[in-house]
Design a protein. Sequence first.
Length: 376
Amino acid sequence: MDKKILAYFTLSRLLFISFALLGTLFVKLDPGYIGKQSAPDAPYLAWIWANFDGRHFLNIATNGYHRFDFAFFPLYPSLIYIFSKLSLVPPLFVGILISSLTLLISMFMLKKITELDYDTPTAYLSIFYLAIIPFSFYGHSVYTDSLFLMLSTCSLYFARKKRWILAGLFGAASSASRLSGVALIPALAVEWYLQTKKNGIQPNEVIKKFFKSGWVSPTLTASGIASYMIYLGIFFKNPLLFQQSMQAWRQEQFVLPIQVIVRYFKIFLSVDPKLLIYWIAVLEFSTLFIYLGLTLYVWKNIRKSYAVFMLTLLLLVTFTGTFAGTPRYILHLFPAFIALAHITRAKPMLKHILSFFFLILGFVLTSLFTRGYFVS
Protein backbone atom coordinates (compact mmCIF):
# COMPACT_ATOMS: atom_id res chain seq x y z
CA MET A 1 0.00 0.00 0.00
CA ASP A 2 1.22 3.46 -0.91
CA LYS A 3 2.50 5.10 2.31
CA LYS A 4 1.40 8.57 1.24
CA ILE A 5 -2.15 7.38 0.57
CA LEU A 6 -2.16 5.59 3.92
CA ALA A 7 -1.03 8.81 5.61
CA TYR A 8 -3.77 10.84 3.90
CA PHE A 9 -6.34 8.29 4.99
CA THR A 10 -5.17 7.96 8.60
CA LEU A 11 -4.59 11.65 9.28
CA SER A 12 -7.87 12.71 7.67
CA ARG A 13 -9.88 10.17 9.71
CA LEU A 14 -8.19 11.39 12.91
CA LEU A 15 -8.97 14.95 11.85
CA PHE A 16 -12.70 14.30 11.47
CA ILE A 17 -12.82 12.33 14.73
CA SER A 18 -11.21 15.36 16.39
CA PHE A 19 -13.86 17.57 14.81
CA ALA A 20 -16.53 15.29 16.29
CA LEU A 21 -15.01 15.54 19.76
CA LEU A 22 -14.68 19.33 19.55
CA GLY A 23 -18.27 19.53 18.38
CA THR A 24 -19.48 18.27 21.76
CA LEU A 25 -18.22 21.54 23.27
CA PHE A 26 -20.23 23.76 20.95
CA VAL A 27 -23.33 21.88 19.75
CA LYS A 28 -26.15 20.50 21.88
CA LEU A 29 -27.13 16.90 21.11
CA ASP A 30 -30.41 16.42 19.27
CA PRO A 31 -31.50 12.85 20.10
CA GLY A 32 -34.19 12.66 17.41
CA TYR A 33 -32.51 10.38 14.84
CA ILE A 34 -29.13 9.21 16.04
CA GLY A 35 -27.17 5.99 15.71
CA LYS A 36 -27.42 5.26 19.42
CA GLN A 37 -31.01 4.20 18.85
CA SER A 38 -29.77 1.31 16.67
CA ALA A 39 -26.65 0.54 18.73
CA PRO A 40 -27.45 1.51 22.34
CA ASP A 41 -24.43 -0.27 23.80
CA ALA A 42 -21.87 1.27 21.45
CA PRO A 43 -19.52 4.07 22.59
CA TYR A 44 -20.17 7.66 21.55
CA LEU A 45 -17.34 7.76 18.98
CA ALA A 46 -18.89 4.77 17.21
CA TRP A 47 -22.65 5.37 17.04
CA ILE A 48 -22.31 9.02 15.92
CA TRP A 49 -21.24 7.74 12.50
CA ALA A 50 -24.58 5.93 12.06
CA ASN A 51 -26.87 8.92 12.45
CA PHE A 52 -29.82 9.36 10.04
CA ASP A 53 -29.43 6.98 7.03
CA GLY A 54 -26.97 4.87 8.99
CA ARG A 55 -29.83 3.67 11.16
CA HIS A 56 -31.66 2.34 8.10
CA PHE A 57 -28.64 0.37 6.92
CA LEU A 58 -28.16 -1.13 10.39
CA ASN A 59 -31.86 -2.00 10.64
CA ILE A 60 -31.80 -3.72 7.24
CA ALA A 61 -28.63 -5.64 8.14
CA THR A 62 -30.19 -6.72 11.44
CA ASN A 63 -33.89 -7.19 10.70
CA GLY A 64 -34.25 -7.20 6.91
CA TYR A 65 -36.41 -4.86 4.84
CA HIS A 66 -39.43 -3.18 6.44
CA ARG A 67 -41.61 -0.15 5.79
CA PHE A 68 -39.60 2.52 3.92
CA ASP A 69 -36.22 0.78 4.10
CA PHE A 70 -36.65 -0.37 0.48
CA ALA A 71 -35.31 3.02 -0.64
CA PHE A 72 -31.88 1.81 0.50
CA PHE A 73 -30.27 -0.57 -1.97
CA PRO A 74 -29.17 -4.00 -0.74
CA LEU A 75 -25.44 -4.42 -1.39
CA TYR A 76 -24.09 -2.42 1.56
CA PRO A 77 -26.44 -3.78 4.27
CA SER A 78 -25.92 -7.28 2.84
CA LEU A 79 -22.16 -6.91 3.28
CA ILE A 80 -22.70 -5.69 6.85
CA TYR A 81 -24.93 -8.68 7.59
CA ILE A 82 -22.56 -11.25 6.08
CA PHE A 83 -19.36 -9.98 7.70
CA SER A 84 -21.09 -9.40 11.02
CA LYS A 85 -22.30 -13.00 11.07
CA LEU A 86 -18.89 -14.34 10.03
CA SER A 87 -16.88 -12.25 12.48
CA LEU A 88 -19.44 -11.99 15.33
CA VAL A 89 -18.68 -8.25 15.37
CA PRO A 90 -21.72 -5.95 15.87
CA PRO A 91 -23.13 -4.53 12.62
CA LEU A 92 -22.27 -0.93 13.57
CA PHE A 93 -18.54 -1.66 13.72
CA VAL A 94 -18.67 -3.79 10.59
CA GLY A 95 -20.38 -0.92 8.74
CA ILE A 96 -17.72 1.56 9.84
CA LEU A 97 -14.98 -0.90 8.83
CA ILE A 98 -16.47 -1.55 5.38
CA SER A 99 -16.85 2.17 4.72
CA SER A 100 -13.33 2.92 5.93
CA LEU A 101 -11.70 0.15 3.89
CA THR A 102 -13.57 1.06 0.72
CA LEU A 103 -12.60 4.71 1.22
CA LEU A 104 -8.95 3.65 1.46
CA ILE A 105 -9.25 1.52 -1.69
CA SER A 106 -11.01 4.45 -3.40
CA MET A 107 -7.99 6.64 -2.70
CA PHE A 108 -5.73 4.04 -4.28
CA MET A 109 -8.01 3.72 -7.33
CA LEU A 110 -8.29 7.50 -7.66
CA LYS A 111 -4.50 7.66 -7.92
CA LYS A 112 -4.45 4.93 -10.58
CA ILE A 113 -7.18 6.48 -12.72
CA THR A 114 -5.73 9.99 -12.43
CA GLU A 115 -2.29 8.74 -13.50
CA LEU A 116 -3.79 7.50 -16.76
CA ASP A 117 -3.83 11.15 -17.88
CA TYR A 118 -1.74 13.19 -15.42
CA ASP A 119 1.44 13.03 -13.37
CA THR A 120 1.74 11.57 -9.87
CA PRO A 121 1.72 14.95 -8.02
CA THR A 122 -1.67 15.71 -9.59
CA ALA A 123 -2.93 12.28 -8.52
CA TYR A 124 -1.82 12.84 -4.92
CA LEU A 125 -3.43 16.28 -4.91
CA SER A 126 -6.76 14.76 -6.01
CA ILE A 127 -6.50 12.28 -3.11
CA PHE A 128 -5.70 15.15 -0.75
CA TYR A 129 -8.94 16.88 -1.71
CA LEU A 130 -10.92 13.66 -1.28
CA ALA A 131 -9.42 13.31 2.21
CA ILE A 132 -10.29 16.81 3.46
CA ILE A 133 -13.47 17.86 1.70
CA PRO A 134 -16.08 18.94 4.27
CA PHE A 135 -18.22 15.84 3.64
CA SER A 136 -15.37 13.37 3.88
CA PHE A 137 -16.60 12.15 7.27
CA TYR A 138 -19.32 10.27 5.37
CA GLY A 139 -16.48 8.16 4.00
CA HIS A 140 -16.14 6.26 7.28
CA SER A 141 -19.77 6.58 8.36
CA VAL A 142 -22.38 3.83 8.02
CA TYR A 143 -23.34 5.12 4.58
CA THR A 144 -22.87 3.72 1.06
CA ASP A 145 -20.82 6.70 -0.18
CA SER A 146 -17.32 5.25 0.02
CA LEU A 147 -18.46 1.85 -1.27
CA PHE A 148 -20.09 3.55 -4.25
CA LEU A 149 -17.00 5.69 -4.84
CA MET A 150 -14.79 2.61 -4.91
CA LEU A 151 -17.08 0.65 -7.26
CA SER A 152 -17.67 3.49 -9.73
CA THR A 153 -13.98 4.41 -9.85
CA CYS A 154 -13.04 0.76 -10.47
CA SER A 155 -15.68 0.49 -13.18
CA LEU A 156 -14.41 3.46 -15.19
CA TYR A 157 -10.77 2.56 -14.54
CA PHE A 158 -11.24 -0.89 -16.05
CA ALA A 159 -13.21 0.68 -18.90
CA ARG A 160 -10.22 2.90 -19.61
CA LYS A 161 -8.12 -0.27 -19.69
CA LYS A 162 -10.61 -1.88 -22.15
CA ARG A 163 -11.48 -4.60 -19.68
CA TRP A 164 -15.17 -4.25 -20.38
CA ILE A 165 -16.48 -7.24 -18.45
CA LEU A 166 -14.71 -6.14 -15.27
CA ALA A 167 -15.98 -2.61 -15.82
CA GLY A 168 -19.51 -3.98 -16.12
CA LEU A 169 -19.24 -6.19 -13.05
CA PHE A 170 -18.11 -3.27 -10.91
CA GLY A 171 -20.87 -1.23 -12.51
CA ALA A 172 -23.42 -3.90 -11.55
CA ALA A 173 -22.23 -3.82 -7.95
CA SER A 174 -22.43 -0.04 -8.07
CA SER A 175 -26.06 -0.01 -9.20
CA ALA A 176 -26.85 -2.60 -6.53
CA SER A 177 -25.48 -0.21 -3.91
CA ARG A 178 -27.21 3.02 -4.99
CA LEU A 179 -29.61 4.23 -7.67
CA SER A 180 -26.76 6.58 -8.65
CA GLY A 181 -25.05 3.54 -10.17
CA VAL A 182 -27.20 3.84 -13.28
CA ALA A 183 -25.17 6.97 -14.12
CA LEU A 184 -22.40 4.58 -15.15
CA ILE A 185 -24.54 3.16 -17.97
CA PRO A 186 -24.26 6.17 -20.36
CA ALA A 187 -20.74 6.92 -19.08
CA LEU A 188 -19.47 3.46 -20.03
CA ALA A 189 -21.17 3.70 -23.41
CA VAL A 190 -19.48 7.06 -24.07
CA GLU A 191 -16.13 5.69 -22.90
CA TRP A 192 -16.46 2.77 -25.30
CA TYR A 193 -17.30 5.23 -28.10
CA LEU A 194 -14.29 7.43 -27.34
CA GLN A 195 -11.95 4.47 -27.49
CA THR A 196 -13.60 3.04 -30.61
CA LYS A 197 -13.51 6.39 -32.38
CA LYS A 198 -9.84 6.74 -31.48
CA ASN A 199 -9.16 3.48 -33.28
CA GLY A 200 -10.37 5.08 -36.53
CA ILE A 201 -13.62 3.20 -37.03
CA GLN A 202 -15.99 4.68 -39.59
CA PRO A 203 -19.13 6.38 -38.16
CA ASN A 204 -21.48 4.02 -40.02
CA GLU A 205 -19.76 1.05 -38.35
CA VAL A 206 -20.11 2.35 -34.78
CA ILE A 207 -23.61 1.00 -34.15
CA LYS A 208 -22.77 -2.38 -35.65
CA LYS A 209 -19.65 -2.65 -33.50
CA PHE A 210 -21.56 -1.50 -30.39
CA PHE A 211 -23.92 -4.48 -30.70
CA LYS A 212 -20.88 -6.74 -30.95
CA SER A 213 -18.90 -5.48 -27.94
CA GLY A 214 -19.96 -2.05 -26.68
CA TRP A 215 -23.14 -3.24 -24.98
CA VAL A 216 -21.35 -5.48 -22.47
CA SER A 217 -20.43 -2.98 -19.73
CA PRO A 218 -23.66 -0.91 -19.81
CA THR A 219 -25.82 -4.04 -19.79
CA LEU A 220 -23.92 -5.64 -16.92
CA THR A 221 -24.17 -2.37 -15.00
CA ALA A 222 -27.95 -2.33 -15.44
CA SER A 223 -28.14 -5.88 -14.06
CA GLY A 224 -27.39 -4.60 -10.55
CA ILE A 225 -30.53 -2.51 -10.20
CA ALA A 226 -32.47 -5.05 -12.29
CA SER A 227 -31.62 -7.76 -9.77
CA TYR A 228 -32.94 -5.62 -6.92
CA MET A 229 -36.14 -4.95 -8.85
CA ILE A 230 -36.59 -8.68 -9.52
CA TYR A 231 -36.09 -9.38 -5.82
CA LEU A 232 -38.72 -6.78 -4.91
CA GLY A 233 -41.10 -8.16 -7.51
CA ILE A 234 -40.78 -11.76 -6.29
CA PHE A 235 -40.86 -11.20 -2.54
CA PHE A 236 -42.89 -7.98 -2.24
CA LYS A 237 -44.93 -8.01 -5.48
CA ASN A 238 -43.70 -4.55 -6.48
CA PRO A 239 -40.46 -4.07 -8.47
CA LEU A 240 -40.68 -0.28 -8.04
CA LEU A 241 -40.99 -0.39 -4.28
CA PHE A 242 -37.59 1.27 -3.87
CA GLN A 243 -38.89 4.36 -5.66
CA GLN A 244 -42.30 4.41 -3.97
CA SER A 245 -40.65 4.12 -0.55
CA MET A 246 -39.15 7.56 -1.16
CA GLN A 247 -42.52 9.00 -0.14
CA ALA A 248 -41.16 8.96 3.43
CA TRP A 249 -38.85 11.77 2.28
CA ARG A 250 -41.39 13.24 -0.18
CA GLN A 251 -39.13 12.27 -3.10
CA GLU A 252 -41.20 9.59 -4.82
CA GLN A 253 -42.53 11.75 -7.67
CA PHE A 254 -40.78 12.91 -10.85
CA VAL A 255 -40.23 16.69 -10.67
CA LEU A 256 -38.66 18.92 -13.32
CA PRO A 257 -35.43 20.65 -12.22
CA ILE A 258 -36.89 24.12 -12.79
CA GLN A 259 -39.66 23.31 -10.30
CA VAL A 260 -37.06 22.33 -7.72
CA ILE A 261 -35.17 25.59 -8.25
CA VAL A 262 -38.39 27.55 -7.73
CA ARG A 263 -39.00 25.62 -4.48
CA TYR A 264 -35.59 26.64 -3.18
CA PHE A 265 -36.15 30.30 -3.99
CA LYS A 266 -39.39 30.07 -2.01
CA ILE A 267 -37.38 28.66 0.92
CA PHE A 268 -34.89 31.53 0.68
CA LEU A 269 -37.73 34.06 0.72
CA SER A 270 -39.88 32.50 3.43
CA VAL A 271 -37.56 30.78 5.94
CA ASP A 272 -35.84 32.72 8.73
CA PRO A 273 -32.05 32.86 8.04
CA LYS A 274 -31.50 32.30 11.76
CA LEU A 275 -32.71 28.72 11.33
CA LEU A 276 -30.36 25.86 10.42
CA ILE A 277 -32.78 24.61 7.77
CA TYR A 278 -32.24 27.84 5.81
CA TRP A 279 -28.47 27.34 5.64
CA ILE A 280 -28.80 23.67 4.77
CA ALA A 281 -30.99 24.74 1.84
CA VAL A 282 -28.30 27.26 0.83
CA LEU A 283 -25.70 24.49 1.05
CA GLU A 284 -27.80 22.10 -1.06
CA PHE A 285 -28.57 24.71 -3.70
CA SER A 286 -25.05 26.09 -4.01
CA THR A 287 -23.26 22.75 -4.06
CA LEU A 288 -25.42 21.47 -6.91
CA PHE A 289 -24.35 24.34 -9.14
CA ILE A 290 -20.73 24.09 -8.01
CA TYR A 291 -20.78 20.42 -8.98
CA LEU A 292 -22.40 21.27 -12.32
CA GLY A 293 -19.61 23.79 -12.88
CA LEU A 294 -17.02 21.12 -12.14
CA THR A 295 -18.87 18.81 -14.55
CA LEU A 296 -18.49 21.40 -17.32
CA TYR A 297 -14.80 21.72 -16.49
CA VAL A 298 -14.37 17.95 -16.66
CA TRP A 299 -16.15 17.87 -20.04
CA LYS A 300 -13.88 20.53 -21.52
CA ASN A 301 -10.56 19.67 -19.90
CA ILE A 302 -10.46 16.11 -18.58
CA ARG A 303 -12.68 13.42 -20.15
CA LYS A 304 -16.16 13.45 -21.60
CA SER A 305 -17.17 10.04 -20.27
CA TYR A 306 -16.40 11.25 -16.73
CA ALA A 307 -18.52 14.35 -17.33
CA VAL A 308 -21.44 12.22 -18.58
CA PHE A 309 -21.21 10.17 -15.38
CA MET A 310 -21.26 13.33 -13.24
CA LEU A 311 -24.09 15.02 -15.14
CA THR A 312 -26.32 11.93 -15.17
CA LEU A 313 -25.83 11.40 -11.46
CA LEU A 314 -26.64 15.03 -10.65
CA LEU A 315 -29.74 14.98 -12.88
CA LEU A 316 -31.00 11.91 -11.04
CA VAL A 317 -30.89 14.02 -7.87
CA THR A 318 -32.81 16.95 -9.32
CA PHE A 319 -35.70 14.79 -10.55
CA THR A 320 -36.57 13.77 -6.97
CA GLY A 321 -38.02 17.20 -6.22
CA THR A 322 -35.30 18.27 -3.78
CA PHE A 323 -31.55 18.78 -3.63
CA ALA A 324 -31.40 17.14 -0.20
CA GLY A 325 -28.33 14.93 0.05
CA THR A 326 -26.63 16.71 -2.86
CA PRO A 327 -23.73 18.18 -0.81
CA ARG A 328 -22.32 14.78 0.11
CA TYR A 329 -22.62 13.49 -3.47
CA ILE A 330 -19.21 15.03 -4.13
CA LEU A 331 -18.02 11.71 -2.66
CA HIS A 332 -19.61 9.98 -5.64
CA LEU A 333 -18.12 12.28 -8.27
CA PHE A 334 -14.50 11.16 -8.35
CA PRO A 335 -13.70 13.25 -11.49
CA ALA A 336 -14.42 16.35 -9.39
CA PHE A 337 -11.29 15.66 -7.33
CA ILE A 338 -9.22 15.33 -10.48
CA ALA A 339 -10.70 18.64 -11.66
CA LEU A 340 -9.84 20.39 -8.38
CA ALA A 341 -6.29 19.06 -8.58
CA HIS A 342 -6.01 20.12 -12.22
CA ILE A 343 -7.26 23.63 -11.42
CA THR A 344 -5.04 24.26 -8.38
CA ARG A 345 -1.87 22.25 -9.10
CA ALA A 346 0.05 25.34 -10.28
CA LYS A 347 -1.73 27.75 -7.92
CA PRO A 348 -0.50 27.12 -4.35
CA MET A 349 -2.33 30.13 -2.93
CA LEU A 350 -5.65 28.90 -4.30
CA LYS A 351 -4.90 25.45 -2.93
CA HIS A 352 -4.24 26.87 0.56
CA ILE A 353 -7.39 29.01 0.50
CA LEU A 354 -9.52 26.09 -0.67
CA SER A 355 -8.00 23.77 1.93
CA PHE A 356 -8.64 26.27 4.73
CA PHE A 357 -12.26 26.69 3.62
CA PHE A 358 -12.72 22.91 3.47
CA LEU A 359 -11.38 22.46 7.00
CA ILE A 360 -13.56 25.18 8.52
CA LEU A 361 -16.71 23.92 6.82
CA GLY A 362 -15.70 20.35 7.62
CA PHE A 363 -15.54 21.15 11.32
CA VAL A 364 -18.97 22.82 11.25
CA LEU A 365 -20.68 20.02 9.30
CA THR A 366 -19.03 17.19 11.24
CA SER A 367 -20.04 18.81 14.52
CA LEU A 368 -23.64 19.19 13.40
CA PHE A 369 -23.94 15.71 11.90
CA THR A 370 -22.44 13.89 14.87
CA ARG A 371 -24.66 15.84 17.27
CA GLY A 372 -27.81 14.74 15.45
CA TYR A 373 -28.51 17.55 12.97
CA PHE A 374 -29.22 16.79 9.33
CA VAL A 375 -26.63 18.35 6.99
CA SER A 376 -26.87 16.23 3.82
